[in-house]
Design a protein around this ligand. Structure first.
Ligand code: GLN
Length: 550
């Protein structure tokens, strides 16, 4: 990737394609994000694209318990959680078009066919789908995602799924063609694979990687770099064997073994020559030093702080990935080791002794966003416990709504107060359906994306945490809101809506008078948290939970 000029570090857009083999869950997203960090450290402006070979148009209608969280973008795009990884690692704000799906590509091609754009031709996967993929990538790659005008210099493309899947075949074919479109010198293929250990002597096995590379090469893509997931570092012997059998230079075989924390991954790749393999000079900025300092800090955090997360669990923590990350970022800032105590909300309803004991022992309580009525009463009990016992509390979206319901029931005495989401006929609707949103279509009908919140008071905890400005912009994903008719009554009793939307009708932030930290936000602050810039409401929770002042 040479060709630097005085004004721009590179002449043409550089692409790095990250594919995966053998099995899913190898950390392709972290690899892609880490490569983004290395490109940035070489002074390149970066953007990223995730390709998801499923037929859904976007992740909006997909269950987070099956697929991991739905990551919400500024423009309201509901995307795969890997976009969150790129945003956090590379400090970007991406768009819905940065997430390509089979559904989106086919819709676009079929729409064009209906318009008659193909002039009587037979519309086929090759060339029409593959062309549409390539056009899409080229169009979105030049859109800046770092808040600065002008085109990025490099685009990291992550191909979801595993090479060999039927679903990903058209995308692999598109990327194979793409290398000729952009020039072989402008594209690098990185393949992430697994090197398992077998037998009593702990031999590192190369065969799965050999097979997946063979498969990829059979589809016309020769990887330039192999990133090998392994428990322990790859031995020299393994490296050489992989190089010999997979047609890559031994220097381009990277060991992605287990490390103490995720922030070490870019450093691990850099130390093994990933920058040379990408043809970049990673010493151009102080970014890698900052990552090293962060990785060291994360390894040396102080005593534990316990945050109870009261939600719906099916064992897939990825369904709350950004919330977990935001708590971690905030814990780094207060120099504490974060322990998340997972509490199944319905267990609180059933008076589970052990769950109540965990809740009561926590330094702070968080109720994250959610849909559907399972566990609602348990969440209300948790909010009540936090309110009455002065335990720091952060309610996100649904967490704001259930805390408002709790307040209406137990402070205002509004019997059976509820959200119309859970009880359509409640006598006391504390949270109501937002009228302008469609009742008939679930996909893409929510109040989504970045919307302004205007502070209603000159000084309050959240305003201070956000730096004191008059307005904040955070991302939303909801259909219901606090009933505007009740606001005056609720506020008079001490739960103050210190932040509202620009119409002054919708409640965005509440704070409880006289409580150390009882905060609810209608938006999802977790989507904008960064390792070095923790999200303010989370920072407030961690500060309050560790006895700090806000
Ligand atoms: N189910 C609630 C609503 O639609 C909360 C959504 C959420 O927490 N993201 O308003």
């Amino acid at each position: 990737m040479g060709g630097a000029t005085a004004s721009k570090p590179v002449d043409d857009m550089k692409y790095v394609v990250v594919s995966g083999g053998v099995l899913s869950g190898l950390g392709k997203g972290v690899t892609a994000s880490s490569i983004g960090v290395l490109l940035k450290s070489a002074g390149l402006r970066v953007t990223a694209v995730k390709i998801d070979p499923y037929l859904n148009s976007d992740a909006g209608t997909m269950s987070p318990f099956e697929h991991g969280e739905v990551f919400v973008l500024d423009d309201g795009g509901e995307a795969d959680l890997d976009l969150g990884n790129y945003e956090r690692f590379c400090d970007l704000n991406l768009y819905r078009d940065n997430n390509i799906t089979t559904g989106k590509i086919y819709s676009k091609v079929i729409e064009a066919e209906r318009r008659g754009d193909y002039l009587g031709k037979t519309v086929q996967v090759i060339p029409h789908i593959t062309d549409a993929v390539q056009n899409w990538i080229e169009d979105i790659a030049v859109v800046p995602a770092d808040g600065i005008e002008g085109s990025p210099d490099a685009c990291v493309i992550e191909l979801g799924g595993t090479v060999g899947d039927i679903e990903s075949a058209p995308f692999i074919e598109a990327l194979r063609q793409f290398q000729f479109r952009v020039g072989r010198e402008n594209i690098i293929f990185v393949h992430v694979s697994l090197v398992p250990v077998m037998g009593p002597v702990g031999e590192q096995k190369t065969k799965p990687t050999q097979h997946t590379v063979k498969e990829l090469r059979g589809l016309g893509i020769t990887p330039d770099v192999l990133v090998c997931r392994a428990e322990a570092p790859l031995s020299d012997e393994t490296r050489e064997k992989l190089a010999a059998f997979c047609h890559v230079s031994p220097r381009a075989v990277m060991s992605a073994h287990d490390v103490s924390n995720i922030y070490r991954v870019p450093l691990l790749l850099q130390a093994q020559g990933m920058c040379e393999a990408l043809g970049i000079d990673c010493t151009k900025t102080d970014l890698m030093e900052r990552w090293e300092a962060m990785a060291d800090r994360v390894d040396n955090l102080g005593q534990e702080v316990h945050i109870a997360m009261v939600g719906k669990y099916t064992g897939l923590t990825d369904s709350y990935l950004s919330v977990i990350k935001s708590l971690q970022h905030a814990s780094f800032a207060v120099n504490r080791t974060l322990v998340i105590d997972w509490i199944e909300a319905s267990n609180l309803e059933n008076n589970s002794h052990s769950d109540w004991a965990v809740l009561k022992a926590a330094d702070g309580i968080l109720v994250p966003g959610g849909f559907g009525d399972r566990g609602i009463e348990g969440k209300i009990l948790a909010a009540n416990y936090a309110r009455v016992n002065s335990v720091p509390y952060l309610g996100i979206c649904l967490g704001l709504q259930i805390a408002t319901i709790e307040f209406c029931r137990n402070v205002l005495g509004l019997e059976g107060a509820n959200s119309t989401e859970f009880d359509q006929n409640t006598a006391n609707p504390a949270v109501i359906f937002m009228p302008e949103i469609s009742k008939t279509h679930l996909g893409g009908t929510m109040r989504l994306g970045s919307r302004p919140t205007i502070f209603q008071v000159d000084d309050c905890k959240t305003r201070r945490l956000y730096g004191g400005g008059p307005q904040v912009d955070e991302r939303h994903r909801h259909r219901y809101e606090v009933n505007p008719d009740l606001i005056q009554k609720i506020e008079a009793a001490g739960l103050v809506f210190v932040g509202k939307d620009e119409t002054g009708l919708r409640c965005e932030i509440f704070e409880l008078d006289g409580h150390p930290y009882y905060v609810g936000v209608q938006y999802h602050p977790e989507f904008k948290s960064r390792p070095e810039r923790p999200s303010p409401p989370f920072l407030g929770l961690l500060k309050a939970a560790t006895g700090g002042s806000i």
